[in-house]
Write a protein that binds this ligand. Sequence first.
Ligand SMILES: Cc1cc2nc3c(=O)[nH]c(=O)nc-3n(C[C@H](O)[C@H](O)[C@H](O)COP(=O)(O)O)c2cc1C
Length: 374
Amino acid sequence: MTDLSLFEPLSFAGLTLKNRIALPPLTRSRSTQPGDIPNALMSAYYRQRATAGFMITEGTQIEPRGQGYAWTPGIYSPEQVAGWQQVTRAVHEEGGIIFCQLWHVGRVSHTSLQPDGQAPVAPSALKATAVKVFIETGPESGALADPSMPRELTTAEVRELVEMYRVAAVNAKKAGFDGVELHSANGYLLNQFISEHTNHRTDEYGGSLEKRLRFLREVTEAVISVFGAQRVGVRFAPLFETTTEERVYLGLVESDPHGTYIRAASMLNDLGVGYLSIAEADWDNSPDLPVSFREALRETFSGPIMYSGRYTEKKAKQVLADGYGDLFGFGRTFIANPDLPRRFRDGLSLNPVNHATLYGGGEQGYIDYPFSKP
Ligand SMILES: Cc1cc2nc3c(=O)[nH]c(=O)nc-3n(C[C@H](O)[C@H](O)[C@H](O)COP(=O)(O)O)c2cc1C
């Protein structure tokens, strides 16, 4: 046990994080339409939370087919890059550090969100179950739909996608981000390639674990070529011991989650990736991440490890003291408490989150959560 506080600075990739409290990626569906463009409202939201030691944007689609929910921002058009410039400028003015989460939903989408109403794309033509996508949003009026049947990507298209990730990283750099995080969690495209239940391919991108990890490896190498390895993070959501439907929809059914993700972490360590982010199960009564996994991850990956999923200040301090994690994402808590680090530091009470305003809408439930009194 070491006695580290959440306010101990953390250095990696030439950056000095002022504390261990992170804003994890949080989809809020408030981009400007048409065009899924980041706007002044979003820059105000991120600016408010820039006392976090580290910030990651909401999932940001790398191409039009990568969208699975209405109003999420993209990073493939010049207008989107200009919109993100406002966000990174605001965060940097406040002394914050911000990475862009590069997102492709793969099969977790609906034809109404796809270019020309086409089927979503995926490693294999297997429909996502037990998940809903938002095809329209607005405060409390989000229209939900089942994801559509996807079509299988050709091998040439998989290679094109690797290039799209590279271009997205180029755009993220132009937009002023400090780095990028690959969303390889929660059942989206990268995760769909990893899981043997969503990847039935017979080309070099499917079959053995090494082949199922190939897309992640190539995408990671592509974004490293833009930002350098240290400025690239990867997010996983390994899931253990549950029989709930979430396990299916998240695409996380792995016969061997420990073996799969420790192998993936080892591959990323060899590539020199800057940090790993682990999204733990976050629903009521969700299973705990096994300590044996935390230990093996620590032994395998030499950079910082971030954990998120129902963390409290107390739990974060415990995992930090145990030596398993370096950085902690507070999702719903940070949404409701823009000055969360200060509240932790001064032992102040926390605002509750309003679930009705999480996705879509305007200022309400977005930039109007009260700051604590000075
Ligand atoms: C409204 C909302 C949107 C989210 N959007 C994303 C996302 O875009 N990308 C991602 O990797 N995780 C996303 N997550 C998961 C969070 O990053 C985090 O892991 C989760 O909220 C658990 O942390 P918490 O219990 O502190 O809220 C989202 C969670 C919420 C509540």
